[in-house]
Design a protein around this ligand. Structure first.
Ligand SMILES: CC(C)(COP(=O)(O)OP(=O)(O)OC[C@H]1O[C@@H](n2cnc3c(N)ncnc32)[C@H](O[C@H]2O[C@H](COP(=O)(O)OP(=O)(O)OP(=O)(O)O)[C@@H](O)[C@H]2O)[C@@H]1O)[C@@H](O)C(=O)NCCC(=O)NCCS
Ligand SMILES: Nc1ncnc2[nH]cnc12
Length: 264
């Protein structure tokens, strides 16, 4: 989480130099939020490591109240600002899966994703199809209006954006660490229907533009081995001009970094 927030310059995301149009958070908000999470991750790992039943959806059911408490702790650390709601969810699941994998002596990314998929089977159906009216979140509204499944769909499908785009380019990139993080982030942005982006863009043209701009930088990197900083600055400017946020993609970069640290 700290690796992600210090990466610079990120489009639509807080870094140490710029708040990228976010008026309620800066790099310190993210540091405060990140450092509250260790007890939560320990609890997740213990839950997975001690779980004895065979139905892994039950493991996810037991995790959820622990995640709700961690979300409250995050909001208390940031004076009510949403820094890491997505990653509390994603890493909570993955660290629980890691505890379970440890117990079963399983140790590949494939195993971990397999466990995580079993834990979250039915998530879209249970969480999104059942959400009715009333006060809906951005993810719930986008499911009802556009059929997008957001963070829940990505999780239930085994994080294809990370496995197919983020992690391969991150693992192979021969770049300094900061640029390596950036190229993985851009590879994710190029394909992600990030509910934060969609919420703030208000029109699908802008969403497509951001994805296309990110893909052009990735393609250029694949052809030249270099990260085109001018194009990246232009994408950062575009996101700032339109007040766009790419919080979901940031979370998937965090998962990419997490998985790579496990492989190493
Ligand atoms: C399943 C939950 C995550 C709840 O989801 P919910 O329905 O409450 O919210 P969503 O709108 O669906 O989005 C949740 C966050 O997920 C991240 N995200 C979005 N799209 C994707 C995607 N395609 N892939 C992966 N991740 C995605 C994103 O989180 C990040 O962005 C946040 C910062 O964004 P920002 O724009 O600055 O701030 P906002 O708060 O949106 O406000 P404005 O400034 O625009 O006004 C930050 O959180 C990042 O982490 C989405 O925000 C889960 O929370 C849940 O199930 N909750 C219930 C309780 C529970 O069970 N908890 C945990 C159990 S382990
Ligand atoms: N650096 C960042 N800026 C804004 N939202 C985020 N969510 C996760 N990381 C973020």
């Amino acid at each position: 989480m700290l690796d992600e927030v210090v990466t610079w310059p990120k489009p639509g995301l807080v870094d140490p130099i710029s708040n990228a149009g976010h008026t309620d958070m800066n790099v310190y908000t993210f540091i405060n939020s990140s450092v509250t999470m260790m007890p939560y991750f320990k609890a997740c790992w213990n839950l997975g490591n001690q779980f004895q039943e065979s139905d892994l959806t039950e493991l996810f059911r037991q995790l959820r109240p622990i995640g709700v408490t961690a979300e409250k702790t995050m909001f208390a650390a940031t004076n009510g600002v949403n820094t890491h709601k997505g990653i509390v969810f994603i890493l909570g699941i993955m660290v629980t899966a890691l505890g379970y994998a440890n117990q079963k002596k399983l140790n590949t990314v494939f195993d971990l994703i397999n466990i995580e998929k079993q834990m979250t089977t039915g998530l879209v159906k249970n969480d999104l199809e059942k959400a009715s009216t009333g006060l809906l979140t951005a993810g719930q509204k986008q499911f009802q209006q556009l059929g997008l499944t957001g963070i829940r769909g990505e999780t239930e499908a085994g994080f294809p954006l990370v496995i197919e785009y983020g992690l391969p380019i991150y693992e192979s990139a021969q770049l300094p660490q900061n640029e390596r993080n950036l190229i993985a982030l851009l590879a994710i942005i190029a394909h992600n229907y990030d509910s934060n982006l969609i919420k703030r863009a208000h029109n699908s043209d802008l969403v497509t533009q951001v994805q296309t701009d990110a893909q052009q930088i990735v393609t250029n990197y694949q052809e030249t081995g270099r990260l085109d900083k001018d194009r990246l600055e232009k994408l950062c400017d575009k996101c700032a001009t339109h007040n766009l946020s790419l919080g979901g993609s940031a979370d998937l970069l965090i998962l990419t970094i997490f998985l790579e640290k496990l492989i190493k």
